[in-house]
Every structure is written in structure tokens, then in C-alpha cells.
Design a protein around this ligand. Structure first.
Ligand code: APR
Length: 320
């Protein structure tokens, strides 16, 4: 067993993340908190009752917290904290429409995390993701390496699934990558995408026409909105929670896995001092190293555009 994880916000995203973390049977304890009275306690009781069936020993603890921080002592000693608190989109909304309301929530939560779990690695998932990650880093005062956001794992998974579905091949035979921001300036990286057909790896461009690739990229960029339009009353959480839980696991097990995450860049690709979707090696200390790959000129240009868009919005949010 490998320590303690806490999930702040026990809505759809938070509760499924807690479930996934618990079912890894890796942590001694997974804590779930929310401001809704009794909600986290109820979920924890329900989740703990599933343990004899599924067969995991991780203890779930639920706790109602108040805006002034009561209840937060439950996250003390957490190795990793996942912030999911905040409003999700409604159909027709962009992630940016959540900026003001979620900034207030994330700032408040991050300050409590810093006070009660000062050594934790923080993974932010609240939207708009890149800006909320920056805000959480500022509000916690943690080193940049200990605060990251979840977006690239999800966008990449969506892209891979769409390619697999289009070609009618198993998802395990598809490798894709998206970098940049979690939104309009998401940057798919076709040069890093490949598929395995009849046992041989091929570039994506050899398996699909450029019009097909463009359509799948467009679908990936709007992947969250597609789910939202169908659900109508909330946004996606199964794939998002799978992504966040995988990141938390990489941190808790000090795995050194390289994943696309929202991390603080310090000169990679000629971009400095902004949170952006890049590939990073994850370990106990958070982002151990940002891994730069060789990109086409067009991909680098798009990455710069994404960085400047995030930088401008992050400045707005910090000034709020
Ligand atoms: N502290 C703790 N929990 C909070 C706070 C707070 N200050 N403010 C709100 N919450 C809780 C709500 O009570 C709710 O249970 O956050 C939860 C959000 O859950 P949902 O509404 O189900 O939203 P969800 O789909 O889980 O999305 C959460 O992730 O993907 C993003 O855009 C999404 O920002 C949203 C976040």
C-alpha cells in the first residue's frame, strides 16, 4: 500500500476518481470531501461497502467541509490531492465561461490544501483547466513541480478512441498525442501518432486520409462538448477520472511514467513560465522532468499560440 490520496469535490468527477483510486487497492486511505452536507460521508460508506465484493482494502473516508476550512483536517498527510471542486459546463457553455465562478472555488480549496496537506502533490481537474492549475499553484504557494493539471491524458485518450473506432481496430493498437491547452487551442500532434495494423506500426497518415485525420482532430477538440450535449445536465467523468487516477497512481508509485499533463514549462519548445499541456515524467515529487520531443514547425507554432492564450487568461484569473 502506498499512502494517502484525497479528492476534493465529490461530484461526478470526484466520486468516480475516488472509486478508481480505491479499486487500484494501492492506497491505505482515499479521502473524499465536499461542501454538500453528508454527501461525502454517504459516498464513502457506499464505496466501503463495495470492498468485500470487489476485494480491495483501501479505506474510504468521507468528510463534509465548510468554506472556512472545517473538516479539512481529514486530508492531513495526503501524498496526493486531486482538486475536482467547481461547476461543470452546461450545454452551450465553453470551459472559459466557468472561469470566474471556479476561480473562487479553486482558490479557496487550494489555500486549505496548502494549510492541511503542505507536502502533497496536487492534481487539478476543475475547468478551465490550465488557468485553474496556475491559480492553484499560486494559492498553495507550492513549487510548480508539485502542482499539475489533468487534460492531456484525457484528450489523448479521446483521440485514440476515435481513431480506433474509425479504423475498427483495438484501442491498444493506437498511439496518439495531444499537447497545448484543454480547449480551443488543444494541439494534436500527428507526427507522434501511429497505428498498428496487421502487426506493423504505421504513421497515422498512412492509415487515414488527411480529411479523416482533420475530422478526428476536430472531434477530439470538441470531445468534452460532444458528451455534454448528450448528457445535458453535466459533463464527462468516466474518461476524465480514469486520466486523473492514472496520474495520481504514477505519483504515488513514483513510476516515472511519461504522460501528457498540464505542467509548468521553463523554456521547453521555446516557451517559458506558463502552465501548458506537455509530456512529463511523473514521480513522488510531482513533475520530475518535462520531456521534449521533436515536433514539426507547425506543431511548435500551434503550441506557442496555445501558450500565449493560456498566459493571457491566467493573468486575468490571477488578478481576480
Ligand atoms: N469545496 C468542496 N467541494 C465543492 C466546493 C468547495 N468549495 N464547491 C463546489 N464543490 C463541489 C460541489 O458540491 C459538487 O459536489 O464540487 C462538486 C462538483 O461536482 P459536479 O457538479 O458533479 O461536477 P463534475 O462533473 O464532478 O465536475 C467537476 O471538473 O471537469 C471539471 O468542468 C468540470 O469544473 C468541473 C469539475
Amino acid at each position: 500500500m502506498a499512502g494517502k490520496a484525497a479528492v476534493i469535490g465529490a461530484g461526478f468527477y470526484g466520486s468516480t476518481t475516488a472509486l478508481r483510486l480505491a479499486e487500484f487497492d494501492l492506497f491505505d486511505e482515499v479521502v473524499l470531501t465536499d461542501i454538500r452536507d453528508g454527501w461525502s460521508e454517504g459516498l464513502a460508506l457506499d464505496l466501503n461497502s463495495s470492498r468485500p465484493i470487489i476485494g480491495f482494502e483501501t479505506q474510504l473516508t468521507g468528510k463534509t467541509t465548510t468554506p472556512d476550512g472545517q473538516g479539512y483536517e481529514v486530508i492531513e498527510g495526503s501524498d496526493v490531492v486531486i482538486i475536482t471542486a467547481g461547476l461543470p459546463r452546461k450545454p452551450g457553455m465553453s470551459r472559459m465561461d466557468l472561469l470566474e465562478v471556479n476561480a473562487k472555488i479553486v482558490r479557496g480549496v487550494a489555500e486549505k490544501v496548502a494549510a492541511f496537506a503542505p507536502d502533497a502533490v496536487v492534481i487539478v481537474v476543475s475547468n478551465p483547466l490550465d488557468e485553474m492549475t496556475r491559480l492553484a499553484q499560486i494559492a498553495t504557494g507550492f513549487p510548480h513541480a508539485r502542482v499539475m493539471g489533468q487534460a492531456g491524458m484525457l484528450d489523448t485518450a479521446r483521440f485514440s478512441f476515435f481513431v480506433a473506432e474509425k479504423l475498427g481496430i483495438p484501442v491498444r493498437d493506437v498511439t496518439t498525442l495531444t499537447l497545448g491547452s484543454h480547449g480551443d487551442t488543444m494541439v494534436p500532434i500527428p507526427s507522434a501518432c501511429s497505428v498498428r495494423i496487421d502487426g506493423a506500426a504505421r504513421p497515422l497518415a498512412a492509415a487515414l486520409s488527411s480529411a479523416d485525420i482533420e475530422a478526428l482532430v476536430k472531434r477530439t477538440r470538441a470531445g468534452g462538448a460532444e458528451v455534454l450535449a448528450l448528457l445535458k445536465t453535466g459533463s464527462a467523468y468516466y474518461a476524465p477520472s480514469a486520466a486523473a487516477a492514472a496520474m495520481a497512481k504514477a505519483v504515488a508509485t513514483d513510476s516515472g511514467e511519461v504522460m501528457p499533463v498540464c505542467a509548468w514549462v521553463t523554456g521547453q519548445y521555446g516557451i517559458t513560465d506558463v502552465y501548458l499541456g506537455v509530456e512529463a515524467k511523473l514521480g513522488k515529487s510531482g513533475v520530475v522532468e518535462i520531456v521534449e520531443r521533436s515536433l514539426t514547425d507547425d506543431e511548435v507554432t500551434q503550441l506557442h499560440e496555445a501558450a500565449e492564450a493560456v498566459r493571457a487568461k491566467s493573468e486575468d484569473v490571477v488578478a481576480m
